[in-house]
Design a protein around this ligand. Structure first.
Ligand SMILES: Cc1cc2nc3c(=O)[nH]c(=O)nc-3n(C[C@H](O)[C@H](O)[C@H](O)COP(=O)(O)OP(=O)(O)OC[C@H]3O[C@@H](n4cnc5c(N)ncnc54)[C@H](O)[C@@H]3O)c2cc1C
Ligand code: SF4
Length: 530
């Protein structure tokens, strides 16, 4: 097998060699047991995996996220060993573990007289840079291989939109459907006669249909959690270490996928945007971690779901399936493509020049705003919240409060079990905070309380009144919304999609606007009061 990138620095111009003592690195989010690397056993190859402080400490991660990755990595290493591969695994407290990728690799190369270093292309810019440097610093052959996980290569989205003014996800998604022949009647026409059933995916959930219990694994993770806690790693969030719910092997991930097909797919699209005080996950798949760790591939997830749908067409509507396929084949691949197109500059984008601090209640969940209290506490309890909670509750509040996107990114990168930078930053800085000035979204995803009220029952039990526009008990989102549009009007003056709301703002009575501004400024200055 040949690398897609040969980074040899052996001082020679030899072609890439096959048979020699080789060290192959597997990162924590590269647990793809179906990869061609593992299809043959080679006694000259040593696989290397490590739990390292460089990975636990670059942001404060949720304790469940660190636990999930360590458990899954340990299982993966065990499986490789059982299949007859040679594996070196450094646990966090391993004697030889120097906690730094370069130091660990240098040490192993020396100890084992390694002649060649190979790695799978990482999905994070910082690791990509680091591995190139490591490869160049080693005085042996080095090569990088594809992870064989995504549908697209790193530059495919950029190439698809080359020369185009805007990058509309929908066009890319349609192209992907055709290219991979997914949910297609024939080469040109989509199943169901429409490419997109988004409009039917906007139901509020009011207690029916019943939501099946979430698929949990209820395992004892005490050993790993104690190790993390005793190592003084700074983590966030809560955990019940005796009842750890997340999958940590490919088999368990496949169980989550089957459960989704059998129990949840039937209403996935209908309630995709719904939120409820008593139901955290509704009909969402909770498969993002299984895919982002690469235990499952997006291709097998989509194909399994489509197969299931084709066998149950009488019970499941195309709109449920199309909505799901769009998220993975469309959004997930699109976001990764944007990441590789725009990094590293993307991580510094702050088009709206937002500078405020993230309120402390993002770390504690201690707020009177019911929607925020629910979305944040769920994130702290479960290391998960679904898309609309992330976008239209916590993200919406952060943008309306004009929080510095660095602080917002920091929170999202740490708190969610699926938070790997390529997916996190494009969703947070791009889709949610509009800090990229419109690369991902054509307009900012902001709303007053009315959207939250439309899609949830949160407002019913909130201290604030969603219908009141101003005054002490009025929903804070209402004033924040108008204040945001007022303060950022220069940025939106040429944005046609904002035209209607900017016109409403222009016509707003001066006193009403002034009371919105005063209230919003108080919320922003004293968020803990709310
Ligand atoms: C501010 C913000 C931050 C986010 N951060 C992350 C992140 O760090 N990692 C991450 O994987 N997703 C992120 N998302 C996207 C999305 O919210 C999660 O993928 C989803 O909530 C995961 O839950 P699920 O598996 O139940 O998804 P489902 O609702 O069941 O959707 C199925 C799958 O579609 C994919 N998907 C859906 N929407 C997106 C999207 N916008 N971008 C990429 N993939 C998508 C996911 O792989 C997901 O598992 C973020 C969204 C927002 C608004
Ligand atoms: S009233 Fe406002 S703050 Fe309260 S739950 Fe509704 S949207 Fe959230």
């Amino acid at each position: 097998m040949m690398p897609i990138k040969n980074i040899s620095n052996c001082g020679c111009n030899k072609p890439y060699s096959k048979q020699m003592k080789t060290l192959r690195l597997i990162l924590g989010d590269q647990l793809n047991s179906q990869h061609s690397w593992f299809q043959e056993k080679d006694q000259e190859v040593i696989y290397f995996m490590a739990e390292m402080r460089q990975e636990t400490d670059y942001v404060a991660h949720h304790i469940q996220k660190v636990t999930a990755f360590f458990l899954a990595m340990r299982n993966f290493a065990e499986e490789l060993k059982n299949e007859g591969h040679q594996v070196i695994y450094f646990p966090l407290d391993g004697q030889d573990n120097q906690q730094d990728l370069e130091k660990n690799i240098q040490q192993l190369v020396k100890q084992h007289s390694i002649k060649k270093f190979e790695y799978l292309l990482p999905d994070e810019y910082r690791l990509d840079q680091q591995l190139q440097t490591i490869s160049e610093n080693l005085s042996i052959e080095a090569g990088a291989f594809d992870t064989e996980h995504f549908f697209t290569k790193r530059d495919e989205v950029a190439n698809f939109f080359a020369g185009k003014k805007t990058m509309t996800m929908e066009y890319f998604y349609r192209d992907m459907r055709k290219k991979y022949n997914l949910l297609m009647m024939d080469k040109k026409n989509p199943v169901g006669g429409k490419w997109n059933f988004d409009k039917s995916n906007r139901k509020k959930w009011t207690g029916k249909p019943p939501i099946p219990p979430k698929k949990d694994f209820d395992k004892d993770a005490t050993e790993v959690v104690d190790l993390i806690e005793n190592s003084d790693i700074k983590t966030i969030g809560r955990i019940d270490k005796k009842h750890f719910p997340w999958p940590s092997s490919r088999k368990e991930c496949l169980d989550v996928l089957d459960y989704f097909c059998e129990k949840l797919l039937v209403h996935f699209g209908d309630y995709e945007d719904a939120m409820h005080t008593d139901e955290k996950f509704l009909f969402h798949s909770r498969l993002s971690y299984a895919m982002n760790s690469k235990m499952l591939s997006p291709k097998e997830v989509i194909e399994t779901v489509i197969d299931y749908y084709e066998q149950h067409e009488d019970e499941i509507d195309i709109s449920q399936v199309e909505g799901f396929v769009r998220q993975i084949l469309g959004w997930r691949e699109f976001m990764r493509g944007i990441y590789w197109k725009e990094m590293p500059e993307y991580s510094e984008k702050n088009q709206l020049e937002n500078k405020n601090k993230l309120p402390n209640f993002y770390w504690t969940g201690d707020t009177r705003m019911k929607c925020m209290e629910k979305a944040i506490n769920q994130s702290l309890d479960d290391a998960h919240a679904h898309h609309i909670q992330r976008l239209m509750v916590t993200g919406n509040f952060a943008l309306l409060s004009m929080i510095d996107p660095d602080e917002v990114d920091n929170w999202y990168l740490g708190i969610y079990i699926d938070a790997i930078e390529w997916a996190e930053i494009t969703n947070t800085r791009g889709m949610s905070q509009f800090a990229d000035g419109g690369i991902v979204a054509t307009k900012p995803y902001v709303s007053s309380g009315s959207y939250i009220n439309k899609m949830s029952n949160y407002c019913k039990s909130c201290k604030y009144s969603v219908t009141k526009k101003t005054g002490k008990n009025a929903c804070p989102f209402n004033s924040l919304y108008w204040n945001f549009l007022h303060k950022k009007q220069e940025h939106f003056k040429n944005n046609q999609r904002m035209g209607m709301m900017m016109n409403v703002l222009k016509k707003m009575d001066k006193d009403t606007l002034q009371s919105h501004i005063e209230r919003a400024e108080d919320v922003i200055a004293n968020p803990e009061k709310y």
